[in-house]
Design a protein around this ligand. Structure first.
Ligand code: MN
Length: 311
């Protein structure tokens, strides 16, 4: 069996875990952090920082992350070279898109595409727009509030009820995301007409080919100069801006859900969401769940068990 080993730091391993969250399996070995099984590949991340890719498709999966290796050796984060991206991409006028909420049990998948004309780059730097992963919620809200007024964007939220309906019909999260990204990008392209972006950069959640396969029956405005990159929010401020607006909107959605629930709804998919969902079941009945959560997550079962125990 083919295998490839990459060495990563803990932040990069978290990024991998996030990327593969829909195919994470319970790991048998105590020295491993997680095991993920995308098609024809098994990925095991170890506490040592080694990440092992095994199986027929391992080269394809490992290739997505090779750039992180070179990045680790470099001192400057910004000097990262992605072979497939135009060298000057960070200085171009770009539509960037990103999503949040895909790994959260509560709340909608929220996708944002945003356009940043290169003349606005200094302004956005001034506002403190950068990799949104490093900003806390308070910062996200204050920057998000300002960003909404200075760049064209499209925000699309797939509310839980609709999500559950599509998921029950067999649509994958990957396809839902592809449809939303394409729609949001199309909306922005129309908004900025007759201006055209020099590039479209999507924070990578699937391979480019898969993305275009997912949207093959949809109206697609632009297929030229469309790029995908993992951690694209550090490649161009348009993606960082999209990411901030998406997180801003997601925080607001969670606040709305909290009001509806009558208590604070947590983010993520850990044990705290199980407890919150169990409380919701106890107070409002389990039929309320589809309005609040992504039903197919393992958390649903755990929450029902907790609610049952505490009867
Ligand atoms: Mn992303």
């Amino acid at each position: 069996m083919k295998n490839i080993v990459l060495k990563m730091n803990s932040q990069q391993i978290n990024e991998l875990k996030h990327y593969y969250q829909s195919v994470i399996k319970d790991s048998a070995s105590p020295s491993s952090l997680f095991v993920a099984k995308p098609a024809s590949c098994t990925i095991t991340a170890y506490q040592s920082g080694k990440v092992l890719f095994q199986g027929n498709n391992c080269e394809v999966e490992a290739k997505k992350w090779e750039h992180l290796q070179t990045e680790m050796k470099k001192t400057s984060y910004n000097k990262r070279q992605s072979t497939h991206l135009p060298k000057s991409i960070s200085t171009l006028s770009v539509i960037g898109s990103d999503e949040v909420g895909t790994g959260d049990f509560f709340g909608p998948i929220t996708v944002v595409a945003a356009y940043v004309n290169k003349k606005q780059i200094p302004l956005l730097e001034e506002l403190g727009v950068k990799d949104s992963k490093h900003l806390n919620d308070t910062k996200i809200i204050s920057i998000g509030e300002q960003l909404r007024h200075c760049i064209p964007f499209s925000l699309l939220s797939l509310h839980n009820e609709k999500y559950n309906e599509l998921q029950a019909k067999g649509m994958t999260q990957g396809k839902m995301k592809a449809l939303l990204h394409n729609k949001a990008i199309s909306n922005v392209l129309k908004k900025i007409e007759p201006e055209k972006p020099e590039a479209i950069l999507i924070d990578q959640f699937v391979e480019k080919e898969t993305y275009f396969r997912h949207i093959k029956n949809e109206p697609v405005i632009q297929t030229e100069n469309v790029y995908f990159s993992t951690r694209a929010e550090s490649v161009h401020l348009a993606v960082a801006s999209a990411s901030i607006i998406a997180r801003y909107a997601f925080i607001r959605h969670i606040e709305k859900l909290s009001n509806k629930a009558g208590f604070t709804i947590p983010k993520g998919a850990g044990a705290t969401v199980d407890i919150a969902a169990a409380r919701l079941i106890k107070e409002k009945g389990k039929n309320i769940l589809p309005q609040f959560v992504k039903l197919h997550f393992a958390n649903t079962h755990k929450a029902l068990q907790i609610a049952e125990k505490n009867k």
